[in-house]
Design a protein around this ligand. Structure first.
Ligand code: NAP
Ligand code: HSE
Length: 429
């Protein structure tokens, strides 16, 4: 085995450090598997004066062109994060004939199309396994192992920060602000946690997964997004009493002729569902294919070494292609143009928690509002007073989202209703 493959690494933060560590610590095995020794030749960072571990024989630079113009570098790994200059640098690398690996869901979700076009034009590979689910293999399984299936459903816990927060709220009874502080202290949530708690991080991953699973391009702005910022301890308690857990899910469903729908929102999941046992920062993607049936992929969705595991696997695949002189990488798999089924036309069962006046006729008025909107109720309970209001929890049968919205509008306008505190989808048994 004489071949040496040289890699340019863009970014040496959490994931970049992990990638260098894995390539160093597992170098012998990786060389056997790739059929070549893989060397990190140059690393792009902002601050070249900062002391860095694991980089003894590696050149640090803050000039991208040192990597782009180096003809010996055949693979570029992008681990800068954010949209710019990550997108531009990946495109430049491809133009120079280099293979590209990234963990960057922001760029893949927003500019995947440009990157695939450029990769195809220059006949180079573009891999992004780590962009969804961190260390969990899911992109390659969808693109390779499961291609014989028609995928009809995906439900994923793809954000570790919010899964940690919901787990702690359920197990310790802590409130939202306290668990958010704890998640920040442990380094799970960013100093600005908006992308995690408001659902955008999960939405990017949902758009990537759905595009691959349904072979149709899903734009990020088509994904409807609701995070966990409105979840209160009362919702967690009712979920528990009714036999459910609350999870923030990325959901992608194929509704046949009506098209596909992709969304992110909290869900009441039956405690018997495989995703219900996914706790703390763990991620899992549950899918249904018409040949495989139900399958679940579980593991660490973030972190230095888990994410590096996926990045290094992509690098080894690209190194193998170089060694074997294979030049037909799997490109974009969006060969369909499926219609997008609007959220209003999707169906679900719903949990609705209301604060209402405690007086005769109120339950009747509420039942009428649901009935007039074509929303059939499965159960209604009143367990406690909150101040001078009674708290009512209704669970509906499976109804159209637009009908539930109509009921919510009518309820909000009733003088006896103080406030609708929560509306959360309920996944059937
Ligand atoms: P990070 O810790 O913030 O590291 C970013 C690195 O990129 C730093 O070394 C920084 O340089 C360098 N950098 C950023 N902008 C630059 C620029 N304009 N020019 C030169 N260097 C620049 O990020 P990370 O957590 O490793 O994340 C990297 C990517 O992996 C992101 O796309 C992220 O979404 C994705 N990802 C991360 C995780 C995770 O667990 N962290 C999991 C899955 C996917 P300095 O060191 O000089 O500041
Ligand atoms: N912020 C993400 C999470 C990790 O909490 O899962 C990077 O994708």
């Amino acid at each position: 085995m004489a071949k040496d493959i040289y890699v340019g690494l863009l970014g040496f933060g959490t994931v970049g450090t992990g990638v260098v560590r894995v390539l160093q610590e597992n170098a012998e095995d990786i060389a056997q598997k790739a059929g070549a020794r893989i060397h990190i030749k140059k690393v792009l960072v902002r601050d070249i004066t900062k002391k860095r571990e694991y980089l003894e024989k590696v050149e640090l630079t803050n000039r991208p062109e040192d990597i782009m113009d180096d003809p010996e570098i055949s693979i570029v790994i992008e681990l800068l994060g954010g949209l710019h200059p990550s997108r531009e640098l990946m495109l430049q690398a491809m133009e120079k004939g280099k293979q590209v690996v990234t963990a960057n869901k922001d760029v893949v979700a927003q500019f995947g199309h440009d990157l695939f076009d450029m990769a195809e034009k220059h006949n180079v590979a573009f891999r992004f396994e780590a962009s969804v689910g961190g260390g969990i293999p899911i992109i390659t399984p969808l693109k390779e192992c499961l291609t014989g299936n028609r995928i009809s459903d995906i439900m994923g816990i793809v954000n570790g920060t919010t899964n940690y927060m919901l787990t702690k709220m359920a197990e310790d009874g802590s409130d939202y602000n306290a668990v958010l502080k704890e998640a920040q202290r442990l380094g799970y949530a960013e100093a600005n946690p908006a992308a995690d708690v408001e659902g955008m991080d999960a939405a990017r991953k949902a758009a990537i997964l759905a595009s691959i699973a349904f072979n149709t391009r899903i734009q990020l702005d088509q994904v409807s997004v609701e995070g966990i910022t409105n979840i209160e301890p009362a919702d967690i308690n009712y979920a528990n009493q009714l036999g459910y857990v609350i999870k923030l899910l990325a959901v992608a469903k194929d509704y046949g002729d009506r098209g596909v729908n992709v969304r992110v929102h909290p869900v009441f999941l039956p405690s018997s569902h495989p995703l219900a046992s996914v706790k703390d920062v763990f991620n899992a993607i549950f899918l249904r294919g018409n040949a495989i049936g139900d399958a679940m992929f579980y593991g660490r969705g973030a972190g230095s070494l888990p994410t590096a595991s996926a990045v290094v696997a992509d690098v080894i695949s690209e190194a193998r292609d170089i060694v074997n002189d294979q030049s037909s990488p799997i490109g974009c798999t969006c060969y369909n143009k499926r219609p997008f089924c609007p959220l209003e036309d999707t169906e679900s069962s719903y949990y609705v928690r209301l604060h209402v006046k405690d007086e005769p006729g109120v339950l009747g008025a509420i039942a009428t509002a649901f009935g007039d909107s074509n929303v059939s109720l499965k159960s209604v309970i009143q367990t406690r007073m909150v101040g001078t209001n009674a708290e009512i929890v209704a669970v509906t049968h499976v109804v159209k989202h637009s009908h539930l919205q109509k009921a919510a509008d009518i309820l909000s306008s009733l003088a006896v209703v103080d406030k609708i505190r929560s509306v959360i989808r309920v996944e059937a048994e």
